[in-house]
Design a protein around this ligand. Structure first.
Ligand SMILES: C[S@@+](CC[C@H](N)C(=O)[O-])C[C@H]1O[C@@H](n2cnc3c(N)ncnc32)[C@H](O)[C@@H]1O
Length: 294
């Protein structure tokens, strides 16, 4: 995608993410202390599941991290011995990732590339060159074409290579916090501001949103607040991966996610936010898949 033909959704979303980078780097949400101490950690969801993706460990594994943001998770995998390539369309994010890699002494096994996901084949022109494609928490909602996303993943994976995905559950994205004045719902433990339906699960049109709040810093008010996002039903995502040449190894639904998706959620003390009592809806979903042999 050349600059002259950048569609409006990509421009709006990139300006939004460019502005978020310094906010996130300065936030407590992205706590870089463990990474700086040489002991970077991922969320409990990934820590529990990644042994299935790399059973022999990360040493020497070639990992492509799509939509890597400013590289914190990418560099956790590098710290464990992987050779990582992070790709993101935000230049401030990529510059920050490179600076972090230098600071951590991981520049020799990490590379950060600035490109739109849909230009990834041009930005990194080596097909079948990765053992693992990794992409987590806040990724496909920014992408219009899930079939092409899946084909790009398949294109980069060696036959037998694995992909790992974790994100908000599409059923949870139907909901949002109730508008001011909306009635409360009775949950276990009393009335609470239970999320109300906002979007159709099957919405195929882009969602034009205008929200200045930021999940990592409740005090931040973003100037570049307009974004364009997409709903992706779970069946479509799974089928896109199968059609692209991957076999699904597992699909796990989770009752907790790494950010306060709804105001009623409570911190669990392990970095995840969950329901106050009964887990009403799946909040997150994760999957592992393997690129089929030719
Ligand atoms: C929520 S973040 C990814 C989360 C990551 N797990 C983290 O917290 O570090 C989403 C990332 O997707 C990137 N992004 C959004 N749309 C993109 C696109 N079309 N191509 C490449 N990167 C994109 C943004 O720049 C942002 O860094």
């Amino acid at each position: 995608m050349g600059a002259s033909e950048t569609p409006e959704w990509a421009r709006l979303n990139r300006e939004h993410w460019d502005e978020k980078v310094p906010v996130h780097v300065a936030s407590e949400f992205y706590d870089l202390a463990p990474l700086r101490a040489g002991e970077g950690r991922l969320y409990p969801v990934e820590e529990a599941e990644l042994p299935h993706i790399a059973p022999e460990g990360w040493q020497g594994k070639r990992v492509l991290h799509l939509q890597c943001h400013f590289g914190a998770d990418t560099l956790v995998l590098a710290q464990r011995g992987a050779e990582v390539v992070g790709l993101d369309f935000s230049m401030p994010a990529v510059k920050q990732a490179r600076a972090l890699a230098d600071e951590l002494g991981l520049a020799d096994r990490s590379r950060f590339v600035c490109a739109d996901l849909y230009d990834a084949r041009h930005a990194l022109p080596q097909p079948e060159s990765f053992d693992v494609v990794y992409t987590t928490w806040g990724t496909i909602g920014w992408l219009p074409d899930i079939a092409e996303w899946a084909r790009i993943i398949a294109w980069f994976l060696k036959p037998g290579g694995r992909m790992y995905f974790a994100d908000g559950h599409p059923a949870a994205f139907v909901f949002d916090d109730p508008r001011p004045g909306a009635p409360t719902a009775d949950l276990d433990g009393g009335p609470a501001r239970f999320p109300t339906a906002r979007f159709s699960y099957f919405e195929a049109q882009p969602l034009d949103l205008d929200e200045g709040a930021d999940y990592a810093d409740p005090d931040a008010e973003l100037a570049n607040s307009r974004t364009v996002e997409w709903m992706h039903p779970l069946g479509q995502t799974l089928t896109a991966l199968i059609d692209a040449g991957l076999s699904i190894d597992f699909v796990h639904e989770h009752d907790a996610v790494p950010w306060q998706m709804f105001s009623v959620l409570e911190p669990r003390g392990d970095g995840l936010w969950g329901w106050p009592a009964t887990p009403w809806l799946p909040l997150g979903v994760s999957l592992g898949a393997t690129r089929r042999e030719h």
